[in-house]
Design a protein around this ligand. Structure first.
Ligand code: SIN
Length: 284
């Protein structure tokens, strides 16, 4: 069956059909899928069996998969996959007050090499609730007033894991923390593959604007967050089991919405490493 890419909204997300991961995926088909991620920022593929190895092989085609800092949630078979689950008897269910990722963030923005992309696979999902929101940061940047674009050009911001995730955050061990010093990235990032500019700050991990008075920097970040989180830049994904949803972390942020009580929800997450480096922030 041929690969077909159908946009999901006027601006963010595409449904990709005709993908069969139980057979080898031709290079040309994979190239279409990758292109869809660049063009639509988020893609959805449905009807995929929970074949761990096939899903892992698919994820690896996007680049090196980076083990998440929270080593306790790594999948028993490989640290390249993390388990996002509230099913405590699995040994990897979270007991945090809020589900994992229930704050706006872009994966690994707190890392010297922020992630290029994230792939989430739905193993089991609740009948209602548990949606994931994605915000298109190209659109957010492009819709900024020109004076604001000029104001933020050339600025950097400092990112830290767990900075502002509230009850969804799992505290890092000393070892995990030592491996993740604060890092600085440009507030406006030029996507290395599309050449488009995107806002690259997020409420979950972005602490401050480098070199700016703290109150002024905070006010600027809040203004940018309020703007970027306008509903017209968002795609809301309602899950069915057996789906992969992928996002381009260089041009988006995402958030788990929760709202499913004790109903079971388990996703497998693969984080594709970044090709571009920021810098350790030191005392910026
Ligand atoms: C995440 O931030 O990767 C979790 C998304 C979700 O569980 O909906």
């Amino acid at each position: 069956m041929a690969i077909r890419v159908t946009p999901l909204s006027g601006h963010t997300g595409a449904e990709i059909s005709g993908v069969d991961l139980s057979r080898p995926l031709a290079d040309a088909d994979f190239a279409r899928i990758r292109r869809a991620l660049l063009d639509h920022v988020v893609f959805v593929i449905s009807g995929l069996a929970p074949e761990f190895q096939a899903l892992l092989d698919f994820g690896r085609r996007f680049g090196t998969l980076v083990p998440h800092v929270l080593t306790q949630y790594h999948h028993p078979e490989t640290p390249e996959v993390s388990v996002i689950s509230n099913v405590v008897d699995s040994g990897q269910g979270r007991t945090t007050g809020m589900p994992a990722g229930a704050f706006w963030h872009s994966d690994l923005s707190y890392d010297v090499r922020p992630s290029d992309a994230t792939l989430l696979y739905s193993v089991e999902v609740p009948e209602s609730g548990g949606d994931t929101l994605f915000a298109n940061m190209y659109r957010a940047y492009e819709a900024l007033p020109e004076p604001m674009k000029r104001r933020i050009e050339g600025l950097s911001a400092v990112h830290r894991y767990g900075w502002n995730g509230g009850a969804a955050v799992v505290a890092l061990t000393e070892e995990q923390s030592a491996a993740h010093p604060d890092v600085a990235h440009p507030v406006v990032r030029v996507h290395p593959e599309t050449g488009r500019k995107a806002l690259f700050v997020n409420p979950g991990f972005t602490m401050k604007v480098a070199g700016m008075d703290e109150d002024e920097g905070r006010a600027l970040l809040e203004e940018l967050f309020d703007h970027a989180l306008r509903p017209e830049f968002q795609y809301r994904h309602t899950w069915r089991a057996g789906q992969i949803v992928a996002c381009d972390n260089r041009a988006s942020m995402h958030r788990a919405t929760g709202g499913y009580g004790a109903a079971r929800r388990t996703l497998w997450r693969m984080i594709v490493g970044g090709t571009e480096a920021g810098r350790v922030a030191g005392d910026l």
